[in-house]
Ligand binder design. Sequence first.
Ligand SMILES: Cc1cc2nc3c(=O)[nH]c(=O)nc-3n(C[C@H](O)[C@H](O)[C@H](O)COP(=O)(O)OP(=O)(O)OC[C@H]3O[C@@H](n4cnc5c(N)ncnc54)[C@H](O)[C@@H]3O)c2cc1C
Length: 424
Amino acid sequence: MGSSARTSSGLFLQRMPSMSDTVTLPRSTTRTKRIRSTGEKNVPRHDARLTARARFRAAAAARSPGRPHARVLVIGAGPAGLATAASLKMIGVRADLVDRSGRIGGAYARLEGGIVLSSPAKTTQLPGLPIDAKTRYITIAQYRDYLRRYATHHALVPDRQIIEKIERVGDNFLVYMAGESRPRKYEAVVVATGMCEHPVWPRIEGLTEGPRKQNTPRVFHSRDWPGHAAVAGKKILIVGGASSAIAIAEQCAKAGTPVTVSSRREQVRFSWAKLRGLDFRGLIYPITRRLPRWLFGERCGSRPAFTGTDNGFRKYRRQGLIDVQGPVVKFTGRQATFADGWTERFDVVVLATGFQFRMPFLPDEVERASGGQPLADEGQSRSWPGLYFVGIPCGRTVASEFLHGMAADAPKVAAQIRARLRVR
Ligand SMILES: Cc1cc2nc3c(=O)[nH]c(=O)nc-3n(C[C@H](O)[C@H](O)[C@H](O)COP(=O)(O)OP(=O)(O)OC[C@H]3O[C@@H](n4cnc5c(N)ncnc54)[C@H](O)[C@@H]3O)c2cc1C
């Protein structure tokens, strides 16, 4: 079985074995012996202490060094990948779970902990473990803790691997991982790599990516927002009008730092499901996670920005702590010029300008929507049967890219995978 590993939270977890792991031979051997599943030279073929079964296994591993431990691969250990790996486990399907960072939590492992999630806490829980939140809304730090508990509960530990390329050969997939000389072969692959690897950097004159020049503002994408304390006392401009912009503006205002929000339409986008303090999402979400993607035709997944939740935004705006302006068009040093000609100096610019669902390790033959995300029906790629997506816009339903959508999709995708493996 698997070995133990220490997580960043200090817990020891059961480790899911993968092809590159060492294989522990059965106890019937006089002494527990470890062999590598890759490479002929490591196979102790003439070791008299091995049982016949262990010898057969070792020889099989040597004959086909590309053979993985599991038949299924889950890529990404964020909420989508964890939910899928847990759902597979709960129905008895073994899967390898890999993540480029090797950490649990995906984007939530690195996002600033003080940001409040716009989804109500209860709607963010994943299959098999209630969230047990004391408040209606929770912060990213609290959700991160939940994901760690979730991984412990389901004994999930990702292997640190970067997927570089996937090819389809017959009904199988060859998966190329960084640093491995041979691809691994899988019968089903679940891509749960999210969007946060690909932040959108807007084109604003004078605001370029790369090393900071003298006398220019410090610029972060919202993904790398360091938290209010790191920029307290500075003049802050937040570019964007959706959930991240709203949450970061609220965090600053709550701490007493005034901020300016630059939004294309001179207004921010609140979810209509929360009006006058009443949140209808508990009622609406169970419906949206059942609305099939085809109901919305090509519009489905056209990627409107995540709408935010008013957790004080309007109040802080009335108090003068949040100012909302139109689009910023250029920077001259620290000086921003807005579309209406207004100018102001800023020390810090936060680009809350969203993300793209790009999967550069998949070839062009995997059909994509105009927004770049793969096209899927019931979570399965339209072009490559056996390739699944959890957490992409309209992967299965209109809610698929949201936490509550991932939680609903993961068991369905897991059941499809089990059915696929059974008929093979
Ligand atoms: C600030 C913020 C607040 C949000 N709030 C909400 C909210 O309230 N409600 C809601 O529903 N959604 C919210 N979201 C959106 C969504 O929940 C998150 O983006 C979430 O992280 C998506 O989970 P995921 O598992 O799909 O992807 P991620 O959490 O991004 O995890 C993907 C994982 O894949 C790994 N990976 C990527 N490429 C590779 C590769 N080539 N090889 C190996 N591993 C790879 C990454 O290392 C990462 O760990 C928010 C997003 C942000 C940024």
